[in-house]
Ligand binder design. Structure first.
Ligand code: GLV
Ligand code: MG
Length: 349
């Protein structure tokens, strides 16, 4: 396959558009909090939500009724206008590229509030061609409306074809921010026999061996999502972008939600979606940097103030590379601490 020249990869795709970023901005994104922007009561609560979450996402796609699509878009533009987001991210999930709403979603939002928008989440991404399209269009619109900061793209991995093309999607553009697993659409796309939104399934299990007696055989439930999540994490990590677990639909089951989030965290995800306020604290608990790790990172930075050379700390070698890792951890902890006095206390900040 022929490829774009490396030196062209970071060039703006339209004359006058801002250059795409070489590195992702350091941002706290433990939860991407979904809100339905067509509901006025929801918009009124946005100032409080901004204080509680790391990313506010105005959802325009699935879960928004067809007769409320325009109202959701208008509502999003209004809430983006009306609020100051400070360090909290402002994202939107636009409709799918084959839908009748998406062109106006992109045109109107970028024109009116593009200067405030951090990330566009693109659903049902099938391959890199979907990213190329949005990438080019965003560059044209950024040039037309004089935007200085490029809007990033976040893909939802939620079709069988998307999973087949996951590496190509991750590396399709320097605008790629990351990817989320979308277990509901993915289950439908694959004809998986589940009607849940994420989480386990009691019938997906292996049985212990037969023993010949009548004792019930132990059964061990397996994780339906492990294969896809691990593939997605590898694709994202290799491309230097962020991996997220998506939605967990059973709001009443906080324990299962926490288990799903924690599995994702342990595998390498940096955050998850929160669809209900009760899930925000779960995401904070799971995805905040560990206080012991923050303390150790602090030690590294204190011992190597300018980040060069090599030192031993608690018997472990530290050099430029671990200093950079330590900096990421401490920077993240600072972002958490600025938002969350309780965590600030635990980090000693
Ligand atoms: C999310 O969009 C999903 O389909 O799970
Ligand atoms: Mg979906």
């Amino acid at each position: 396959m022929s490829m774009k020249l490396p030196r062209d990869f970071y060039k703006p795709l339209a004359i006058g558009a801002p250059a795409p970023p070489h590195e992702l901005p350091v941002r706290l994104e433990r939860m991407i909090h979904f809100i339905p922007p067509h509901i006025e009561k929801v918009r009124a609560k946005v100032p409080d939500v901004i204080d509680q979450v790391d990313v506010v996402l105005g959802n325009l796609e699935d879960a928004i009724p067809v007769d409320a699509k325009e109202a959701a878009r208008r509502g999003f533009i209004q809430l983006a206008h009306d609020n100051n987001f400070e360090s909290t991210g402002l994202w939107t999930r636009i409709n799918a590229l084959n839908s009748p709403w998406v062109l106006d979603d992109i045109l109107q939002i970028v024109e009116q509030v593009g200067y405030k928008l951090d990330v566009i989440m693109l659903p049902k991404v099938e391959g890199p061609w979907d990213i190329y399209y949005l990438d080019q269009l965003l560059a044209q619109l950024e040039a037309r409306f004089g935007l200085r900061k490029p809007i990033l793209i976040h893909a939802i991995l939620e079709t069988a074809q998307g999973v087949n093309n996951v590496e190509a999607i991750a590396t399709a553009s320097p605008r790629m921010h990351g990817m989320s697993l979308g277990p509901a659409d993915l289950a439908a796309s694959r004809a998986m026999k589940t009607t849940r939104v994420g989480g386990g399934h009691p019938e997906y299990k292996v049985l212990a061996d037969m023993t010949g007696d009548d004792a019930p055989r132990p059964a061990f439930q397996q994780d339906l999502w492990h294969y896809t999540l691990a593939r997605m994490v590898d694709a994202c990590a290799a491309a230097g972008i962020k991996a997220f677990y998506g939605p967990f639909g059973d709001f009443a089951d906080a324990d299962a939600c926490e288990a799903q989030f924690r599995n994702a965290f342990l595998l390498g995800c940096v955050g998850a979606w929160t669809l209900h306020p009760s899930q925000v604290d779960i995401a904070k608990r799971v995805f905040s940097p560990d206080p012991a790790e923050v303390a150790f990172a602090h030690k590294i930075i204190t011992a190597m103030p300018d980040g060069s050379g090599a030192v031993m700390i608690d018997g472990k070698m530290q050099d430029d590379a671990t200093w950079k890792q330590a900096k990421v951890v401490v920077d993240l902890a600072r972002l958490v601490a600025a938002k969350d006095p309780e965590m600030a206390n635990r980090y000693g900040m």
